[in-house]
Design a protein around this ligand. Structure first.
Ligand SMILES: C[S@@+](CC[C@H](N)C(=O)[O-])C[C@H]1O[C@@H](n2cnc3c(N)ncnc32)[C@H](O)[C@@H]1O
Length: 366
């Protein structure tokens, strides 16, 4: 559904019946994501994909779970069109459920670019700190950082980066692509690298390069190191716990990247100044961040609503504990980034014609 159709489906602004219907559908969607959380956490999707159609008892046996719970979950998923059932008229224990082949890359294959099952984990995590967030909104400051346990960190960018970042998006920037393929071997610094998939993707696609990833989050860096080991790239990729806006990040690099991370850094101008200082001729900084409208728009596209919602519940609160925070939020408009870049001493900021889904690519020239 396009943005305009989506807005039309929501009905006239001010119509109470339309708003009631919309909030009911939102509730159905929110509850559906909680059931997706269970499917993902309990390995139900993978078990259906790998071993084929199953009754509730068979799926429970495959996954070490309890039949009565699984029966209800399967009935919900079939009733909601997420799974198929062979014969709805059969008895509850006789029905066999299967995953339509087209749903496998979305629900069961974590390596696919359409992978979305992590959204269940995202919603559960976001909801966990709502009470602390409400308190912080009253009192100022920020909710305390949310521990990754028990859900673990949803790897929302893993498949996208491994498949597209260095195989489509960076190759679309011809001079950067050429430099990364050429001798002498290029050095890349990847700031706010999270669990390291952007760094690993670049090292995989550009075998001459070495990549140093930096992130403030020690848990993320630990996972990033493990990911590098498991992908056999630990020799060419390093990961360090460091504040990208502080003195802990240094070195000389041909390319500095900040991929979906700049708006999460409380002092983005300092981080860009650090990044600029790390460049050697003719290097540049590439920032990828949320593809948002150029100006505030209301009502806005569904993508803009999505970015705003994450900003309210996650990205803005995460940077509010720093008294010197720029308090950017997820809706970082091109004009805001241009101002940050100029304040950090860059000569120019260019919006790159890279088609990268929900991300926009920028080049900052020193
Ligand atoms: C949305 S995540 C993106 C991670 C990764 N680039 C990706 O796309 O998967 C933003 C990251 O910014 C990191 N971050 C926030 N402030 C930082 C800072 N001052 N220095 C370094 N990393 C920071 C967070 O720890 C988090 O891992």
């Amino acid at each position: 559904m396009g943005a305009e159709e989506h807005l039309a489906a929501r009905g006239e602004l001010g119509d109470p019946a339309a708003l009631t219907g919309r909030l009911f559908r939102d509730m159905v969607g929110a509850l559906e994501l909680l059931t997706v959380y269970l499917g993902e956490r309990l390995g139900l999707y993978q078990a259906l994909d790998a071993e084929g159609p199953a009754t509730s008892a068979e799926l429970a046996a495959r996954t070490g779970t309890t039949e009565r719970y699984i029966r209800e979950w399967l009935e919900h998923h079939a009733a909601s069109g997420l799974l198929e059932v062979d014969d709805p008229a059969a008895g509850p224990l006789a029905r066999r459920y299967s995953m339509p082949p087209g749903h496998v890359p979305v629900l069961a294959d974590t390596g696919a670019i359409r992978d979305q099952a992590f959204n269940g984990v995202e919603i559960v995590r976001a909801a966990r700190w709502m009470p602390e967030l409400a308190a912080a909104i009253r009192s100022g400051g920020a909710p305390p950082p949310l521990a990754w346990a028990p859900e673990g960190r949803p790897e929302f960018n893993r498949a996208l980066f491994l498949n597209l970042l260095a195989r489509q998006w960076l190759p679309a920037i011809a001079d950067v692509d050429l430099r990364l393929r050429s001798e002498p071997p290029a050095r890349i610094a990847d700031l706010a690298c999270g669990t390291g998939w952007s760094s690993i993707a670049m090292a995989q696609a550009y075998p001459l390069t070495s990549v140093d990833g930096f992130d403030l989050d020690a848990d993320a860096i630990q996972v990033a190191r493990r990911n590098a080991e498991e992908t056999g790239l630990a020799g060419r990729v390093t990961f360090t716990v460091a504040d990208a806006s502080g003195p802990g990040v240094s070195g000389q690099y041909d390319l500095v990247t900040i991929i979906e991370g700049l708006h999460d850094i409380s002092r983005p101008v300092d981080a860009l100044r650090v990044a600029r200082g790390m460049l050697r001729e003719p290097g540049c900084v590439i920032v990828a961040d949320e593809l948002v409208e150029d100006e505030f728009t209301a009502p806005a596209s569904i993508e803009e609503q999505y970015h705003y919602a994450w900003s309210v519940v996650g990205c803005l609160p995460a940077v509010m504990s720093d008294p010197d925070s720029a308090a950017t939020g997820a809706v970082m408009r091109p004009a805001t980034l241009r101002r940050y870049a100029l304040e950090a001493g860059f000569q120019s900021l260019e919006i790159l014609p890279v088609k990268a889904g929900m991300l926009r690519f920028y080049r900052l020239a020193p």
